[in-house]
Design a protein around this ligand. Structure first.
Ligand code: IPM
Ligand code: MG
Length: 367
């Protein structure tokens, strides 16, 4: 039976990089018997422009029915003055929340040919391979109370609340421990237990779960500010980092630059098994809509393409296809192809289209 895939390109560079991922899907259909039924819809500013909402209920329903969602990016300065609940970003936040996608896996891997594109010295980052597991449906992103109110004296107050419950912490920590078992067997749990009660509870729950079920994995704890510093000082000390929504958002952007570019990093966001063995899942590059370069044909499509590889690996169990894509990406980089974001001074640059098509061609050669 055909797998159902929902494509949500979104805003900015989203549609441009999605086109390249789509041509890889087409290639897999033609050459590797990939049996997928594709559907596509609008999200973010693109949806606001047509439907006056960042995402329609109908699209949420389609996403729930799909075997996996391949998401581009949302965010468009055109909508910066609309109320908070109508921002383009609401699309991704609602998808995460309504599909129960609580564990965002953000692998941070340095491709050897990009060693010189990293902001850090080669000896600090060579061989870097870590995974950030970010909680995505709780914390300060969703906690109540929230809002902006005007006080009696006419001044205003903005409020957001960091909230985590035991089950919310435990389920994401479980994902991190399971990931570590497939990797180097080490988890570092990150919070601010020195100033936040939610962080204190986080640390206690992770420690407790580790003692009960994961003693074979090595567990350490780190304060979030120190973690930011350690990621720049000696990033290879980490295997799996597990953290809350906001710290995960910030630390993953930081970590991405260790690899040379935000344009290189894919992610997978997973929910619970629905009982029938199907796990809700959404795959997206971490780079966002990059409105400054949108429409110029210069965006790096590799994060979107690598997100597709994660989709094939985790949702469709097509490990061979995922390996093939990742291998083709490595080879194309070895051949010296560079989009603007990963080119170092003097290097020739290729367009979004040229990079995407080079990956397709390399897949043909390697297959
Ligand atoms: C990310 C993005 C989103 C987030 C935005 C677009 C809402 O920055 O996926 O990291 O903050 O989670
Ligand atoms: Mg972010």
């Amino acid at each position: 039976m055909a797998y159902k895939l929902l494509l949500l390109p979104g805003d900015g560079i989203g549609p441009e990089v999605m086109v390249q991922a789509l041509s890889i899907i087409r290639w897999l259909q033609d050459h590797r018997d990939l049996d997928v039924e594709l559907d596509k819809d609008l999200v973010g500013g693109a949806s606001l422009a047509v439907h006056e909402v960042p995402i329609r209920d109908e699209v949420i329903e389609k996403a729930k029915e799909a075997d996996a969602v391949l998401f581009g990016s949302v965010g468009d300065p055109k909508w910066k003055d609309v109320s908070f609940d109508r921002r383009p970003e609401v699309a991704i936040l609602r998808l995460r929340k309504d599909l129960g996608l609580y564990a965002n896996l953000r692998p941070v891997r340095l491709f050897d040919p990009l060693l010189s594109a990293s902001a850090l010295k080669p000896e600090v980052v060579k061989g870097l391979d870590l995974m950030i597991v970010r909680e995505t449906v709780g914390g300060v992103y969703f906690g109540e109370p929230r809002g902006i109110e005007t006080l009696p004296d006419g001044t205003r107050k903005g409020v957001n609340t960091e909230v985590y419950t035991t089950p919310e912490i435990e389920r994401v920590a479980r994902v991190a421990f399971e990931m570590a078992r497939l990797r180097d067997g080490r988890v570092c749990s990150v919070e601010k237990c020195n100033v936040m009660e939610s962080g204190l509870l986080w640390k206690e729950v992770v420690t407790d779960l580790h003692r009960r079920d994961y003693q074979d994995v090595e567990l350490s704890h780190m304060l979030a500010d120190n973690c930011a510093m350690q990621l720049v000082r000696a990033p290879r000390q980490f295997d799996v980092i597990v953290t809350g929504n906001l710290f995960g958002d910030i630390l993953s952007d930081l970590a991405s630059m260790l690899t040379g570019s935000l344009g290189m990093l894919p992610s997978a966001t997973l929910g619970s098994d629905n009982g029938s063995g199907k796990r809700a899942a959404l795959y997206e590059p971490i780079h966002g809509s990059a409105p400054d370069i949108a429409g110029k044909g210069i965006a790096n499509p590799l994060a979107q393409i690598l997100s597709l590889a994660m989709l094939l690996r985790y949702s469709l169990q097509r490990t061979g296809d995922a390996d093939l894509i990742e291998m083709a990406v490595t080879r194309v980089l070895e051949d010296g192809l560079r989009t603007a974001d990963i080119a170092t001074k003097g290097e020739a640059m290729v367009s979004t289209e040229e990079m995407g098509q080079a990956v397709v061609k390399k897949m043909s050669e390697l297959a």
